[in-house]
Design a protein around this ligand. Structure first.
Ligand code: SF4
Length: 268
């Protein structure tokens, strides 16, 4: 197995994204709202009051992660959608239903999974008729401002495997040059978790044109099946939850994101 690199790069230290987030109305970072040594449930409560960027202004509520504190696998999406914004829980809309189906088909127990997003508030704009709220991709400053919540969730849950669903989650954890298209399904060894795998966001499968939709769903299920195999492999290697101490980096700032080594998964 490839070792983790000591030379993993830290993210760019430019203060520009934080400056932009501040200018837009937030403090510039969720770190300003994270209580020290907070439990996962305390983090969730604190996140409800976050003003790290201006996305809280147009959203109904903060949508924090859901799942067991010692989940073995963590799924990280982009941001809550319309249904999640209203419900206050991640992955409860159409994308969540597809994720549930795929997990079920892959044999991943939902009770073993923690689901969350890189950004905790819904970013949206009105459609042309002014009736529907249309998803807008969070910008880099917003992802960066929100990152401390995700870092804190990872530090508390300590998942064995992180599954990045889509480019926003993958870039948040692996750096801006990471390409899901090129590295889909490739096992990454990171400081976040022993194993990280990136695949598409389920909403991309839902958006696929009809003739291609079934194929895309099968490919998504195949990605999660590989994750299930990796979980089974980890299970054989060591007793459940025998992992050591909390990660050493602070939950209030973005730790080193970059994968150190990569190995091809057992694709195909
Ligand atoms: S998106 Fe994140 S950083 Fe911005 S206000 Fe919401 S929780 Fe805070």
């Amino acid at each position: 197995m490839a070792l983790r690199s000591k030379a993993a790069k830290r993210p760019a230290t430019s203060t520009e994204p934080r400056r932009r987030a501040k200018a837009a109305g937030g403090t510039g970072s969720a770190a300003d709202f994270i209580p020290p040594n907070a439990s996962l449930s305390a983090l969730k409560k604190a996140a409800a009051r976050c003003r790290g960027c201006d996305l809280y202004k147009d959203a109904t509520q903060t949508v924090f992660g859901d799942g067991p504190r010692r989940a073995r696998v963590m799924f990280v999406g982009e941001q809550p959608g319309d249904a999640e914004d209203k419900a206050g829980h991640p992955f409860v809309g159409a994308s969540g239903k597809l994720l549930d189906r795929a997990m079920d088909a892959a044999g991943i127990d939902r009770d073993d999974a923690y689901v969350t997003n890189a950004v905790k508030h819904f970013k949206w704009a009105k459609d042309a008729n002014g009736k529907r709220r249309i998803h807008k991709t969070p910008n880099r400053g917003e992802v960066r401002a929100c990152f401390p919540w995700l870092g804190a969730e990872i530090a508390r849950v300590q998942p064995e495997i992180i599954v990045c669903l889509g480019a926003t989650a993958a870039k948040a954890l692996m750096g801006p040059t990471f390409s899901v298209t090129k590295q889909r399904g490739v096992v990454q060894k990171t400081d976040w978790a022993p194993t990280l795998v990136a695949t598409v966001h389920p909403s991309a499968v839902l958006r696929a044109p009809r003739p291609d939709r079934e194929r895309q769903e099968r490919a998504f299920i195949a990605d999660l099946t590989r994750v299930a195999r990796l979980l089974a492999k980890e299970n054989r290697k060591r007793p459940m939850r025998a992992r050591g101490k909390l990660l050493s980096w602070s939950a209030t700032e973005a730790p080193s994101p970059t994968s150190s080594a990569q190995t091809r998964s057992s694709r195909g």
